[in-house]
Design a protein around this ligand. Structure first.
Ligand code: ADP
Length: 307
């Protein structure tokens, strides 16, 4: 494949996690950013990976841009909005169980699609476009429609548009809006990458096959259904394969398992065009990610050979 520009669209947030003695550690993460991170780690250097979002003009926004840039991910499409700030979440630990508190209702990223020309320019400059159900959920409805229209244009232009439904009911105004908008996300995409747990819980799918059929009926061409330690089922243009997960000695932290799988899968698939091999590669990367703490595991710890 000759495509060389990967664009991920969504929200990256400030992350605060427990560092002992009541101290908090600051990081940056968010589903589509995590996927950009792993795509960057796994793609060859002749690929560019860009992150598309909106941030504010405060010091924390500056730090986030510097962090993204240091990760080798392009920041030139990040719009800065005067007076706005990034979203924030905190991870609490109680008896070994993690829980999350979010402050993102007013984040700059909610305006990421408010400038349609800016969005169009970024999508037109890319060969591969990635976004998620979380990206759609945080947008005002008319901006979600703008983003979906750009995705459809990109799909019609023959670009690889990839979408992870990443269903989070709390982010949506209602189940009806969530079902309709996520379905539209899938319809506007070539490759849909759902997690079966979410699809069963929120779309009522009785089986992985039901998830595949529902997304194919909407117009998705290729589908990868992730199912945790039970592996993934792929349906590429109608051809089905199953790829098992890799055995993990001790699962430490499953944060970003699906995001890392998506980034690694896309990277390998874009380089080789081989979906089944890409799923095997991505299972290896995701297995490393769940064996470490945190959403963003450094490239050196991903155990990749080459690439
Ligand atoms: P999500 O994080 O989106 O819910 P999954 O839980 O399906 O996604 O995990 C994504 C991928 O991460 C899986 O396809 C698998 O490769 C890997 N993975 C997740 N949990 C485990 C596990 N316990 N053991 C091995 N691999 C895992």
């Amino acid at each position: 494949m000759s495509a060389r520009r990967f664009l991920s669209i969504g929200e990256c947030m400030v992350e605060l996690s427990q560092a002992g003695d009541g101290l908090l550690r600051k990081g940056f993460a968010g589903d589509t950013f995590n996927t950009a991170w792993y795509a960057r780690a796994c793609l060859a250097a002749d690929w560019s990976v860009d992150y598309f979002t909106a941030l504010g003009d405060d010091a924390m926004s500056d730090e986030m841009v510097a962090f993204i840039d240091k990760a080798g991910i392009g920041t030139s499409h990040i719009r800065r909005i005067r007076g706005k700030t990034p979203g924030l979440y905190m991870i609490s630990l109680k008896n070994g169980e993690r829980s999350f508190s979010y402050w993102r209702d007013n984040s700059a990223a909610r305006s990421l699609a408010a400038d349609p020309d800016h969005l169009r320019e970024a999508v037109e400059s890319a060969d591969v476009v990635y976004f998620s159900g979380i990206t759609l959920a945080i947008l005002p409805q008319e901006d979600a429609a703008t983003l979906l229209a750009e995705a459809r244009r990109a799909k019609a232009a023959g670009k690889l548009v990839a979408f992870d439904p990443n269903i989070r009911p709390r982010l949506w105004a209602s189940y009806d809006v969530m079902h309709a908008t996520i379905s539209e996300g899938a319809r506007s995409s070539v490759l849909v990458m759902p997690s079966f747990d979410d699809e069963a819980a929120h779309f009522g799918d009785a089986s992985i096959e039901a998830t595949i059929q529902r997304y194919r009926a909407l117009g998705a061409v290729d589908i990868v259904v992730k199912n945790g330690a039970d592996g993934v089922r792929l349906n590429f243009s109608g051809d089905e394969t199953f790829v098992p997960a890799k055995k993990v000695e001790k699962v430490i932290d499953t944060t970003s398992a699906g995001d890392s799988f998506n980034g690694a899968f896309l990277a390998h698939y874009l380089e080789t065009g081989q979906a089944t091999a890409a799923a095997g590669f991505a299972a290896g990367v995701a297995a490393r990610v769940v064996s470490e703490h945190g959403a963003l595991v450094a490239k050196e710890k991903l155990g990749m050979s080459g690439g």
